[in-house]
Design a protein around this ligand. Structure first.
Ligand code: 13P
Length: 336
């Protein structure tokens, strides 16, 4: 178990966070199509290898979450992608769920699948170099959702996943994402997220998961994406901290937020404010996908051969996130 504690500490130690580069092929195709780049295995590898060879990997990125395709790919220097990541000092990780599917008897909600055969897949990923994993559950907010059924079934799956991951000697990232989509206000998000988190921890404890060897990846407490409510980052930080303090057991070493559709700057500013006000013992950092990669992807799509330019764009974003993870980000540094 002490091995697990040191892995989780290494991933989220001061100023470091996680690069979530684990888009499934379908999601990555959507992202590449949006910037008019053909989604081939070579292009997906090229973009990811460009980021993973960036200078900011050393100081800003403690862990990288990969998808099944990427964990098996070979970089241009003949190293495997997990070897490339390890050579920067970061820890390779892997998404192990097989996606969110329609929940039987509640067709507007989703249940995350992937438990069947998971024990064997985990052993294979361990051999490939992965030392932490991710499983994402998704919840929608409306007047009747998330339902008790969705909250219960997803928490159960997350807990069974986490127990198997620890058995294999890896750190599970537990990701219950209450989606930003919708017109709900931040108070609704607070109430539903609290309920979701509490149920997850009930199930994790029931399944004897050692919480010290886990990382939580939650959403921040925000108004819905089409809500009329506007909220300052100070209020977002206060509500997010209150929710996590009340719902997450203190043994959990760290919390690495998803960006969930916030812009790069919003995700940075909100994380910075959370760290400025952090009155908990949790390390608060980032596990961003879009909020770390968006600008770099846009730049790369127009200058596919310009490795340095793409890396500079990524380095800037990673540095801003790293400062935010220490409460040291400012608008001035952002625009320098
Ligand atoms: P975003 O930061 O783009 O929400 O992605 C994080 C993630 O890994 C979602 O599962």
């Amino acid at each position: 178990m002490s091995e697990l504690y040191s892995i989780s500490k290494k991933i989220i130690s001061t100023g470091k966070g996680i690069l979530a580069a684990d888009e499934s092929t379908a999601t990555m195709t959507k992202r590449l199509n949006a910037v008019k780049v053909p989604s081939t295995p070579e292009n997906r590898l090229l973009f990811r290898e460009t980021l993973l060879s960036s200078q900011s990997m050393k100081n800003c990125i403690g862990g990288v979450i990969l998808y099944d395709e990427t964990v098996k790919q070979i970089a241009s220097n003949k190293k495997t992608i997990p070897e490339l990541i390890s050579s920067t000092g970061a820890v390779p990780g892997i998404k192990v769920d097989t996606g969110a599917k329609v929940l039987a008897n509640s067709k507007d909600e989703k249940i995350t699948e992937g438990l069947d055969g998971l024990r064997d897949r985990l052993k294979e990923y361990y051999k490939l170099g992965a030392r932490f994993t991710k499983w994402r559950a998704v919840y929608v907010i409306s007047d009747k959702f998330p339902s008790k059924l969705s909250i219960h079934t997803n928490a159960h799956a997350l807990a069974r996943y986490a127990a198997l991951v620890q058995e294999t000697g890896m750190v599970p990232i537990v990701e219950p994402e209450v989606l930003m989509d919708g017109e709900h206000n931040a108070q609704d998000c607070f109430v539903k997220t609290s309920e979701v988190l509490k149920k997850c921890y009930d199930e994790l404890i029931l399944n004897k998961v050692d919480l010290k060897g886990t990382i939580l990846k939650p959403n921040m407490i925000l108004p819905g994406s089409i809500s009329k409510e506007k909220m300052e980052c100070r209020k977002v930080a206060e509500l997010t901290l209150k929710c996590l303090k009340e719902s997450v057991p203190s043994e959990v070493p760290g919390i690495a937020f998803l960006s969930g559709g916030q812009t790069e700057k919003e995700a940075t500013e909100n994380l910075n404010e959370i760290n400025k006000l952090n009155n908990t013992d949790f390390i608060m950092t980032y596990s961003y996908g879009r909020a770390l990669q968006q600008s770099a992807l846009k730049f790369w799509s127009k200058n596919i051969k310009d490795i340095n330019g793409t890396q500079n764009t990524f380095n800037h974003r990673a540095n801003m996130c790293s400062l935010a993870a220490q409460g040291k980000w400012t608008e001035e540094i952002e625009n320098k």
